[in-house]
Design a protein around this ligand. Sequence first.
Ligand code: HEM
Length: 683
Amino acid sequence: MLKTKGGETHQIAGDITLTTQQGVPVSDDQNSLKVGSRGPTTLEDFHLREKIFHFDHERIPERVVHARGYGAHGFFETYEALSDITAADIFQRAGERTRAFVRFSTVAGNKGSADLARDVRGFAVKLYTKQGNWDIVGNNMPVFFIQDAIKFPDLIHAAKAEPDRDFPQAQTAHDNFWDFASLMPESMHMIMWIMSDRAIPRSLRFMEGFGVHTFRLVNSAGKSTYVKFHWKPKMGMQSVLWNEAVKINGADPDFHRRDLWSAIQSGNYPEWELGLQLFDDKFADEFDFDILDATKLIPEEQLPIRLVGRLVLDRCVDNFFAETEQVAFCTSNIVPGVDFSNDPLLQGRNFSYLDTQIKRLGGPNFTHLPINAPKCPFHNFQQDGHMAFAHAKGRANYEPNSWPAPEGGPRESPAGGFRSFPAPEEGAKVRERSETFADHYSQARLFYISQTKTEQKHIANSLVFELSKVEKVAIRERMVSHLPHIDRELTALVTKGLGLREAVKPALAAKETRMDLKTSKALSILQNPPPSFGGRKVGILVTDGTDRKVFNSLVAAIAAEQANFEVIAPAVGGAKASDSSFIEVQQKIGGGPSVLYDAVAVLPSVEGCQALLKNASAKDFVSDAFAHLKFIGCNEAAHALFEKAGIEMDEGFIPLESAKGADAFIKACRKLRLWDREKLVTT
Ligand code: HEM
């Protein structure tokens, strides 16, 4: 450190010298060049100008949708060779690992919005295969709002903040969204998904992913098989409650990204299996709905999923901007052995991504960026443009040419190169929706009736919540008018919840709802519980005097389950346990509310609890844990706090006085929530 007249801090270079972008060593990074120490700043200060110029241009436009996202690196491992189905190189050798990058996102909110918005989550996977990059740009829901890409700008305009007032942020609970949705019966299936708990996942690690559209896989003999892509989380699915989501957004707006980051940094690598639903033209022709319609799914029970590989995320990014922000996914990035279907939503997407990325990333050379560049060799005659930094050597920049190799550059590969499946197409040029797309309610109903009673109640509650935020009564009513085509009880619940005075007349339906569809258990989160409590997090509330043995036995039981914990105490500096040992603390009460945890343990000393009784955050900690149906491990001293919070203890409270108690507590936690309690607590 140098001693200076002005008292500012100067750190002097050891190994690394600060330079300008031209590589000129910098002598002083604290002061601009002035005429006298109190005089005007000079224009010749190239260091100041360069530094501020660069800072001024740090921001690039955020994505027009899916602006808030979080990415991680990993690999895809192929379980078995699928050469009979596809020529895609990634599926030719069992056990082969392919590098991957995944970006999860919300759709409607801006880059700085909160993670737990009610929204569909993007689930975009880039696979750096030996024959080029293959992007599966999917979502955590298998269907979409609209059937034709021409409606995408309208959908997004309606969903995002209203243009005159620029609010609400990251919410569909406003007039414009419901005005549009209620005029678009095709959105009803997706509306059921978005109103369900799928739209508020507990963790990006605990949600499914879907390619949504029908694609094709094509083998080396040119045979095509239709395919739908599924990502199945190894740790099972889990969502939060709406009341919890609202509070998490306040307590930790980065809840999902922090969770993913922490899991990967601690070696708890999230994993999904890739599932394929494979089918032929005969199945497509006989299926109840059009396989080109992105508002429809194929129930797993009707067409089982074949698990063909696993995706493991094992490395966080080194730099958020360079990787997560600059990554460019594109549905049209496919490889030999994969092809598109005629889904009109997919066809529009194939134009949209590249188009927007040219602007977002500043020119046509974003494919040169390390995160976007293929990991396999690539050669072509594209050249120049803004910020080109991959250049071919030599004279030939066109083909055919007569220059010998290597100056002549690359050539076509008729054998291994990408070939489109030669699907025969004919028809009049029309602007028309196929009649086979006209059934808008049957699968909305299928989704609803496939849920447990609890999940159905949540859908009704969300509809009531969202529509209560709609100011125009006519819009509320128009939305409700679709519900009789989905389910009578749902209609009644929403009508009552909104306090509508009269039953709403059902909307005109293009096609009657089919009542004969069989329920699909796979569509429900609660009917597919996770294999364990692993990867989840317990919040342990302690005070000075907390029993060390009980604390230790709980920590051991959590570790044995491969779960995690954080300790919350009156002061973040730590707590002094009963045996005077030190308990490390991660959160001060208030900074670590119970909404951040999957289960809580309350282990104060008798004296410590007396102080907690006067602490509003401590009361919130337990009353929220109770209202959010969490399992609560506790010692006897904690009872006073429950009483103060007006809680009547039930079977969700597990005594923690011994090691046996800790095991029983973790066992209970595997159920994640005590759903029976929900009828007692209206949140
Ligand atoms: C099934 C329907 C759709 C799904 C599953 C989907 C999924 C996604 C995902 C996951 C992203 C974020 C990519 C990232 O993390 O960088 C994204 C971005 C985007 N999507 Fe879609 N999308 C759908 C429909 C559409 C449609 C119909 C259009 C336009 C016609 C569209 C246009 C865009 C655009 C412009 C971006 C921003 C891309 C960028 O700036 O890099 N999407 N979409």
